[in-house]
Design a protein around this ligand. Sequence first.
Ligand SMILES: [Zn+2]
Ligand SMILES: [Zn+2]
Ligand SMILES: [Zn+2]
Length: 369
Amino acid sequence: MTFKPSVLEDRGAWLLIRQLLEGSLEALQPVLDSSSVYGFRYPSAESILERDAKDTVDRLEQLRRAGILEGELVEAIFSCTRCASPDIHPQYQCVNCSGFRLRRIEVIEHFSCGHIAPRPEFTIDEEELKCPQCGESLEGEQRDYKSESAFQCLECNTTSAQPRLVFRCFQCHEMSLPSEIQEQEAYIYRLNLEHRGDIIHYLGFHPTPEGEKPSRKKHRDDFDDVDRRILNILQRDGRLSFRNVAKRLKVSDATIRSRISRLEEKNVIKGFTTLVDPSHAGMEAISLIQLEVDAKVLIKTVQSLQAVEEVKLVMETGERQNLILLGAFPTRESLNAFLDQHVRGKQGIQLHTVTLALELQKYDWMIQF
Ligand SMILES: [Zn+2]
Ligand SMILES: [Zn+2]
Ligand SMILES: [Zn+2]
């Protein structure tokens, strides 16, 4: 199946696939529900996609056709040929006039002459039955006659033991023969493992490897004692020379150099800089900004925000407000100018709240290793 990742531009689809990748959602099970358009629905996906029952089924199908989900057939539900509704009902139709005014009646077949007619035509009184064709009195059921149920058409008066069975759609009134009825297939959807790598690559998302709990400790264990001590020392004083760090740790200069460059490669060390408390540096508008950004423009938005000097922190969250910024602006005017240029009126970006700090009580990016 071809892999078409563009469907993942939808924010809901993207959230759904993330959950499947992370394993917090394993499979999407259909739930039978005759009131929904297809006769089944996926409540767990509806809340993530923020779509109704029908749109959710359509969306999941789209994701399946795009090679992102795979479906295991679990139900084949009769549905209308025209509108796909499961609200279809079997009904008898007159084979002669195609009418629907059929009434179930009892007919009697007289064996000796072969006459078949509704019971009232044979009835003389409660005790006696007499064939209206040959005039013989009937002796007993199964001896010289049998009684069966049949359908009498009130339109054309034809009596038939087997009228035509049709399915009538209560939604669009379409009439279908049993052979014409379609089956709406309901699937259990799971992530298409064949394209798992492509999906991860497309989303730029790195789920925790299977069986491994997302744990900070585990990650921190990646550093050995020397790494930790280097990081602790450099965070306190980024101006220390490699030689001085080496001396303190009682290892060679070369060791320190190679360790630091490895930590830089891994992006653990982002640079050597001087930490200035923004509130003591004349920054009047230190603010927390909450945005709701469509998946479609998320990557682009993050990139453009990262490039803004005054934005000090860009945090992506799984909440509705999926982007939180910490900004340190010299004035309120400059904060406003930033919002005008990067946020307000931008397609796919909704500004939720801008919270201004009265006082910055702590500003510390040191991580103790
Ligand atoms: Zn008829
Ligand atoms: Zn007869
Ligand atoms: Zn229909």
